[in-house]
Design a binder for this molecule. Structure first.
Ligand code: NAD
Ligand code: UD1
Length: 329
């Protein structure tokens, strides 16, 4: 099967590409706004398989159509998006243009060309605030920032499209907090600009690249006062994509997380223990828009796809550090 990954040079798309290449042809479209071509070389080095790469923007309708037609694409995995919550508050139009404009163009072209299978990288951010684990039926509608709104809106667009096109297979994957890296140390979470996610910053604090990590808030209603997230290893997440792609049938939504939450301080302690390093940190005020708890109920993915996250937080911390060190060599 020929699969197009939009945003395939990014963190999640590149790791999924590695697994997909085992049995499929992979075509990547990425405008490199948050990545670079070295990622394509690394995917090829790890898998020893060729990847067809186009530096293109998914809002470029003509180019996209040409790519879909010339490569006989059967399935689209849509990872391309801008993803910083803080930046989205500062630059809402850029986020709506890229994330909403992007998917509209992509879906229009998909329909014109006749591609029937579509997978969307959504996020736990669509859920409303909840101290309990959330399942796919839990309340959605987070409107605390434009990034979250683009995910909620895109899900609605896909629902509407599925309703009038029963021949389409559309799967929405709601990722919780993907962390870690490929075991080779060649690929990991390596944003082009200053990272805002926790683990890349923990690694930078451990390496001395930043003086200390800011821990956002220690007054949440949690066991140590810091916020709880459901961290999932990027390769478990990648495995989940393969099962989702192989089991497409109509309109589906799946949570991808472990079902277990960790506080920020627990992550720091685990990182220090797993890698025998110090992570200097200081407690600062809460970050605007953060929820106290975000944990997944992953029962549906287990029951319907036979998928379950296997890797521990220790492994996630080890692989993150391995990637950080290999970048410095
Ligand atoms: P990333 O920034 O590493 O990768 C996204 C890629 O898309 C980048 O390589 C970027 O250059 C490309 N891109 C952006 N806009 C584009 C456009 N208009 N045309 C072509 N390429 C474009 O991000 P990621 O962490 O790999 O996230 C992938 C998807 O998963 C995103 O949709 C993100 O919102 C979602 N997601 C990520 C997380 C996370 O923690 N990383 C959590 C939940 C959901
Ligand atoms: C965020 C987004 C989510 C998005 C995901 C990927 C929010 C509310 N959610 O998830 O929509 O899909 O990133 O980009 O922003 N933390 C610190 N110090 C730091 C960085 C983070 O203490 O320097 C804490 C945060 O407060 C949070 C946890 O670490 O409790 C995880 O943060 P982060 O990695 O940014 O992910 P989320 O905020 O959960």
């Amino acid at each position: 099967m020929a699969i197009l990954i939009t945003g395939g040079a990014g963190y999640i798309g590149s790791h999924v590409a590695i697994n997909l290449l085992q049995d499929n042809e992979v075509v990547i479209v990425d405008n490199l706004s948050n990545s670079d071509t070295s990622i394509i070389e690394k995917i090829q080095k790890i898998t020893n398989k060729p990847v067809k790469f186009y530096k293109a923007d998914i809002r470029d309708k003509n180019k996209l159509k040409e790519i879909l037609e010339t490569n006989n694409i059967e399935t689209i995995l849509h990872c391309a998006a801008l993803k910083s919550v803080e930046e989205s508050i500062e630059k809402p139009l850029e986020y709506y243009d890229n994330n909403i404009g992007g998917i509209i163009t992509l879906l229009q072209v998909m329909q014109e060309v006749g591609v029937k299978n579509f997978i969307f990288s959504s996020s736990a951010t669509v859920y409303s605030e909840s101290l309990e684990p959330v399942n796919e039926e839990s309340k959605i509608g987070n409107s605390s920032n434009p990034y979250a709104v683009t995910k909620v809106m895109t899900e609605e667009i896909l629902k509407d499209l599925a309703r009038v096109n029963p021949d389409l297979n559309i799967t929405i994957l709601r990722y919780f907090n993907p962390i870690g890296a490929h075991e080779s140390g060649l690929l990991g979470d390596n944003p082009k600009f200053v990272p805002t996610n926790l683990l890349p910053l923990v690694a930078k604090a451990a390496s001395g690249e930043i003086d200390s990590l800011n821990v956002f808030g220690d007054d949440y209603p949690t066991r140590d006062g810091t916020a709880i997230r459901d961290y999932i290893h990027i390769m478990d997440l990648s495995d989940g994509h393969i099962l989702a792609i192989n089991n497409m049938n109509g309109f589906k939504i799946y949570n991808f997380g472990t079902g277990t939450g960790s506080t920020v301080l627990e992550v720091i302690k685990e990182f220090e223990k797993a890698n025998n390093v110090k992570v200097p940190y200081k407690i600062v005020g809460r970050r605007k828009g953060d929820f106290p708890v975000s944990v997944c109920d992953a029962t549906k993915a287990q029951e319907e796809l036979g998928w379950k996250a296997k890797k521990t937080l220790t492994q996630m911390c080890k692989d993150t550090w391995n990637f950080e060190k290999s970048k410095q060599n």
